[in-house]
Design a protein around this ligand. Structure first.
Ligand code: PXP
Length: 243
């Protein structure tokens, strides 16, 4: 099977930095270490409330890290204008609510806000490849394609974080979603809640071209080291794809 791109989300390095209000640990340094250890890209989510990643972190990753940035953002005027300025190669549109702990569900593209279509068109015009974080629902996937997205990111949270006895059914839903994405001519990414135990099932899906992993990876690196954690994920994914 083909290589699975692995984008490391460094948001929670910024969470730790912000806990003490200083400059350490630095998410850009984490991005550098992750890429040196075999990550194919870096993911950052610039939230409206700037609770972890800040504007300057994104600017620095664009300037200092050669690996592609997957820029997660809400479809708002502020974020589209920011993306037009820094021109990340990839952008993933996510829903955002101030009170949530993390991105709680996929974007509902069957009921898109008035700005979504324009946001996608503007990002594409700026040379950004647009992905939308959605549930593995064929109707959502077709709607994402109709809106002009080039990729979707399947929300793996219900599969990865739900009860173990529901995993087989959730995995079947994700597989059907990946097949629907391919049929709609979309690239298929996946992410949310993945860890050493759950990533292999996702990596075995041939339609999935990229995974994005953050919270478990950054947390596990407290015990194992960031480079070692990235290398272990890489080995699990490569084994799952028979590489
Ligand atoms: N993909 C998207 C769109 C996300 O919003 C997140 C969480 O920030 C992730 C992937 C990564 O999820 P996790 O941090 O649980 O690995």
């Amino acid at each position: 099977m083909t290589h699975l791109d692995f984008s490391v989300n460094v948001d929670h390095v910024a969470t730790l930095r912000n806990a003490r209000g200083g400059t350490f640990p630095c998410p850009v340094e984490a991005a550098r270490i992750a890429v040196e250890a075999g990550a194919d890209g870096v993911t950052m989510h610039l939230r409206e409330d700037r609770r972890h990643i800040r504007d300057r972190d994104v600017e620095r990753v664009r300037a200092e890290i050669a690996a592609p940035l997957n820029f997660e953002m809400a479809a708002t005027e502020e974020m589209v204008a920011f993306a037009e300025r820094i021109r990340p190669p990839y952008c993933c549109l996510v829903p955002e609510k101030r009170a949530e702990l993390t991105t709680e569900g996929g974007l509902d593209v069957l009921r898109p806000g008035p700005f979504l279509k324009q946001a996608i068109a503007r990002l594409r015009l700026a040379g950004v490849r647009v992905s939308i974080f959605i549930e593995a629902d064929p109707a959502q996937i077709e709607a994402a394609a109709a809106l002009g997205a080039q990729a979707i990111e399947l929300h793996t949270g219900t599969y990865a974080e739900g009860p173990v006895e529901h995993r087989a059914a959730q995995l079947a839903r994700l597989k059907a979603g990946a097949a629907a994405a391919k049929a709609a001519g979309l690239l298929c990414h996946a992410g949310h809640g993945l860890n050493y135990d759950t990533v292999a099932d996702i990596a075995r899906m041939p339609e999935v071209t990229e995974v994005s992993i953050g919270h478990f990876l950054i947390s596990q690196s407290v015990f194992e080291g960031l480079g070692a954690t990235v290398r272990r994920f890489r080995a699990i994914m490569d084994a799952a794809r028979n590489i």
